[in-house]
Design a protein around this ligand. Structure first.
Ligand code: DOR
Ligand code: ZN
Length: 352
């Protein structure tokens, strides 16, 4: 029997880049129309480093929401070596922030002000432990001596395991995992260590970046790895372990800055993320588990209530045609195209 409609609790996106200004205006609705909440990344220029900056950024995001939207941006702080533990405490007590983000300095887009020596953030991590607030990590070392395809595995050994030893109670989310080593690490750890998985890392491996030429729209960080790692991510999903949940890492850059001699890292997946992840669960014949991955596991890890809304998706006999790009004035952002059929589309959203 083939299932051709599915209704799930409204999903959350536990890792999202909304940028600022006109770019926010261009991309926000694609997340806000389908997702209940999203954890908003703080890597703006300059980064979102204090609770007041997080509050101001949240206001700017909300100002672009269509009237009546109930989408909730959940804010994060960008950790630097100068982050003051008392600021983090204040942000938590004021409910201005939901998590704190660790970027190793230079690991990715707008991360130069990130952390070089992880011991320098120990006092902040103590505050996170006190309140049960998660540390979200971009899990890659930025040492240029380390091969780019090994940076996640080396991060786990050299940075993450020592943090875990110093802070056994700290809630940690390894963001956008891409390797078998990360999957195994999550599976070997207790309930305080979880991981987000993106849609694009389930669809592509490193060969896609070079299929017929260099394909800048398949470049992101962490960079896609060998096919065997892609298969490990698919297996992680099939394992039904609640410590894996959806974080799209939808990361819009303009077409111009992607298609350049030094193209930016990141894929704009928000417009097709829910449909594409549904296709993955359908392919794996575990559609009945979709809701846990998109709408339950993450909120439970974060200790937040589940969304009340519902989303119904339907499967058509022919592949759904999605937009290639979104445009606002002179800005154009290409939408991730997995180049394999996606037969699911959002039919209706009930969100009273
Ligand atoms: O591909 C990526 N793009 N990975 C990141 O970690 C950051 C993101 C961005 O902000 O563009
Ligand atoms: Zn990201």
């Amino acid at each position: 029997m083939t299932t051709d409609t599915i209704t799930i609790r409204q999903p959350d996106d536990w890792h999202l880049h909304l940028r600022d200004g006109q770019l926010t205006k261009l991309v926000l609705s694609y997340s806000a129309e389908k997702f209940g909440r999203a954890l908003i990344m703080p890597n703006l220029t300059p980064p979102v480093e204090t609770p007041n900056q997080a509050i101001a950024y949240k206001k700017r995001i909300l100002s672009h929401l269509p009237t009546g939207s109930r989408f909730q941006p959940l804010m994060t702080l960008f950790l630097t070596e100068k982050t003051r533990p008392e600021d983090v405490r204040e942000g938590i007590l004021n409910q201005a922030i939901t998590a704190v983000k660790l970027y190793p300095s230079g690991a990715t887009t707008n991360s130069l002000e990130g952390v070089k020596d992880c011991h320098s953030i120990d006092k902040v991590l103590e505050v996170l432990c006190e309140f049960g607030i998660p540390l979200c990590v971009h899990g890659e070392v930025s040492d240029p001596q380390v091969d780019i395809f090994d940076r996640e595995a080396v991060f786990i050994d050299k940075v993450l395991i020592p943090i875990r030893q110093r802070f056994p109670q700290l809630k940690i989310v390894i963001e956008h995992i891409t390797t078998q080593q990360a999957v195994e690490y999550i599976q070997s750890e207790g309930p305080c260590t979880a991981a987000t998985i993106t849609v694009h890392h389930l669809f592509i491996n490193r060969n896609h970046m070079f299929k017929g030429g260099i394909r800048p729209h398949y470049y992101c960080l962490p960079v896609a790895k060998r096919e065997e790692h892609q298969l490990s991510l698919l297996k992680a999903i099939q394992s039904l372990n609640p410590k894996f949940f959806l974080g799209t890492d939808s990361a819009p850059h303009t077409k111009e800055t992607k298609e350049s001699a030094c193209g930016c890292a990141g894929m704009f997946t928000a417009p097709i993320a829910l449909e594409a992840i549904t296709q993955i669960f359908d392919n794996l014949q575990i559609l009945d588990q979709l809701e846990n991955f998109t709408s339950v596991n993450g909120s439970q890890f974060y200790g937040l209530p589940l969304n009340e809304g519902k989303v119904t998706l339907s499967k058509s006999k022919t592949p759904v045609k999605f937009l290639n790009s979104v445009v606002l004035d002179h800005l154009e952002v290409m939408i991730f195209n997995p180049e394999v059929p996606i037969n699911w589309k959002v039919e209706s959203i009930q969100n009273e």
